[in-house]
Design a protein around this ligand. Sequence first.
Ligand code: FE2
Ligand code: FE2
Length: 290
Amino acid sequence: MAIDKDPVGDFSDKFGDELQSLPENVARILATLDDPNSSAHDVEEALATDPSMSAKVLALVNSAYFGFSSEVGTLARAVPLLGFKTVRQIALATSLLNLAPSIETENGFSVVENNYHAATSGVLAKLVARHAPRGGDPGEAFTGGLLHDIGKNVLATHLPEGFDKVERRILDDGVDWAVAEQKELHDTHANVGAQLLRRWLFPKNIVEATDFHHRLKDATAPVASAVHLADAICNSKGVTCGLHAGKGKLAYDNAALTTLGLGKEQLDLVLSEVDGELERAAPFLHLLRD
Ligand SMILES: [Fe+2]
Ligand SMILES: [Fe+2]
C-alpha cells in the first residue's frame, strides 16, 4: 500500500469554508449563554434564530428525562427550566457535531455513530469527574467528551483518501488510531480536532482534552483523563465511531486513574453507575440521532 508521505501539517488550511469560524448563529447562542448579563429572554432570542436547535431544546425539555408535569410549548418557558448550562450543552451537541455531513465509509466509520460515541463519552466523562477526587469540573469534562473525536469527522469529510488508508491500516494491522494516523497522515484526529477548537476559541482545557485524550502524559488538566477513561468505557461497550463496533475489554492508560485520584473501588462504583447514567441521558443522546 502506498504511504502518503505528505504530513497533514497545519490542517486548518484544508478546512472547508464552513469550518473557518464557528457558524454565526452558534457563536451568537454560545456568547449569549456565556455572558453573565444575559437574561433568559436574550437566550430565547438567540435560539430563535436557529429553528432546528429550538426544536431540540423543546423536545428535550418535554422528554421524560426532565419529568416536568405539563407540556412546555415555548422557549420562553423552556430556557429557565433547563438552565443555561443544559441549553449550552444542547447547543454544542446539536450544532458542532452536525457540521459534518452524515457520511459512512466503506470500512465502517460513520459520522452519526461517531457523534453518538462523542455524546456518550461526554455523559460518562461527567460521571467520572463527579466521582473522582481530582476530577476537575464535570461540565468541562462533558464538553471535552463531546468534542474529543471531532477531528475524525473533519478527516473523514475533508481528507477521505487518507482517512480510508488509516481505517484500512487499523483493520489490517490491528494497530490503534494514533499509530495508523501517524503512519498514513503524519498527524492525528486528536491534533486536527484541537486545531479546530483553538481556531474556534474554545478554552484551553477543552482544546487540551481533545489534543491529549490519547496522550495523557502531555496533559496538564484532569479533563483529558476523564475523557480518556470515558472514551475507553464507551469503546468497551461497543459505542464506537463504527469501526470495530463489537464490545471489547475495558482498556485504558493507568495514568488517567492516577491523575484523577480514582482508586479501584471508586472506579468500580463509576462502572456500576454507567448503565443507569446512560439510561437517564438517553433523551439527550438520541437528539443526535433523530
Ligand atoms: Fe480519539
Ligand atoms: Fe473516542
